[in-house]
Ligand binder design. Structure first.
Ligand SMILES: NC(=O)c1ccc[n+]([C@@H]2O[C@H](COP(=O)([O-])OP(=O)(O)OC[C@H]3O[C@@H](n4cnc5c(N)ncnc54)[C@H](O)[C@@H]3O)[C@@H](O)[C@H]2O)c1
Length: 265
């Protein structure tokens, strides 16, 4: 994450005089659990580390954890199970000495029409995308409410709002997630704990690349984005870190569409 300077359409903007050392987001020293070491989770974990936070990243796939490099703490966990979620939050809080921030970035999808969707696919997608959010959020929420501080940020999707064909269980999981976090937000607001979501449009990661690389698919989706391009993981780190920061203390229960305008059309 480059907080030093930025450029838009070839114009450069110098960093503010006090630069990144000012820790504008106040994330330095924050204790962060990132659930999911895929394309988005890895980028967010690295951005937190760069901002000076102490980060534990978890995934069921050790190969993805290994890609993060030795300097980041990692834990292997199957978040489709109750035990996996509970144990992960306890282990992360133990390792970090507490838990300030939970990022939920695990997800799976299986693109078939509803009439062909098997019970097993429905159950698997709901378990990973939605039930793990409930279980991780509840376990982290108990610690955060007791501590009187916390930030929870969930990766939702434009599919929680739009009716993409072949996305029945995925769309239901994201719509359910959006509503779950609104109740979390309401119940925990007085304890200094916020719950929000970042909702991306199509972003190139392992979750989407095989689909996007089919003939004509990438162009089809790109044409639906007013910004004229698909998102990248770098588009998502800033919104996630902001919602996890003290700057977002009065924002809770919100879904921040980070989609180049996809949900406007
Ligand atoms: N990539 C996109 O276009 C896009 C768009 C909208 C929303 N999202 C959401 O963002 C989040 C992250 O997606 P991504 O693009 O990084 O996908 P990804 O496939 O790159 O990463 C998902 C990660 O979840 C892990 N995972 C799956 N099941 C698990 C389990 N049972 N236990 C532990 N880990 C498990 C996988 O191993 C993988 O590392 C997901 O919630 C996804 O729905 C992604």
């Amino acid at each position: 994450m480059d907080l030093v300077s930025s450029s838009v359409a070839g114009r450069s903007f110098p960093a503010p005089a006090n630069g990144p050392a000012a820790d504008w987001l106040g994330l330095s020293g924050r204790k962060v659990l990132v659930a999911g070491a895929g394309g988005i989770g890895s980028a967010v974990a690295l951005a937190f580390a760069e901002a000076g936070a102490a980060v534990v990243t978890a995934d069921r796939d050790p190969a993805r954890l290994a890609r993060l490099g030795a300097e980041l703490k990692t834990l292997e966990a199957d978040l489709a199970t109750a035990e996996g979620c509970e144990d992960l939050v306890a282990a992360a809080a133990g390792t970090l000495g507490g838990l300030d921030i939970l990022i939920h970035a695990v997800g799976i999808n299986h693109r078939v029409p509803l009439l062909d969707t098997a019970d097993e696919d429905w159950d698997a997608i709901l378990a990973v995308n939605l039930t793990s959010a409930f279980r991780l959020g509840r376990a982290a929420g108990r610690l955060m409410v007791a501590a009187g501080y916390g930030r929870q940020v969930y990766f939702s999707s434009v599919s929680g709002l739009l009716a993409h064909p072949d996305h029945g269980p995925y769309a239901a999981s994201k719509g359910g997630l959006n509503q779950l976090l609104r109740v979390m937000a309401r119940e925990w607001a007085a304890s200094g704990v916020t719950a929000n979501a970042v909702a991306p449009g199509y972003t190139d990661t392992d979750l989407t690349s095989a689909h996007l690389n089919r003939p004509g698919v990438r162009d089809h989706y790109t044409a639906q984005v007013p910004a004229g391009r698909l998102g990248s993981v770098a588009d998502l780190t800033g919104p996630a870190l902001f919602l996890a920061s003290d700057r977002a203390a009065f924002i809770t229960g919100q879904v921040l569409y980070t989609d180049g305008g996809r949900t406007l059309v």
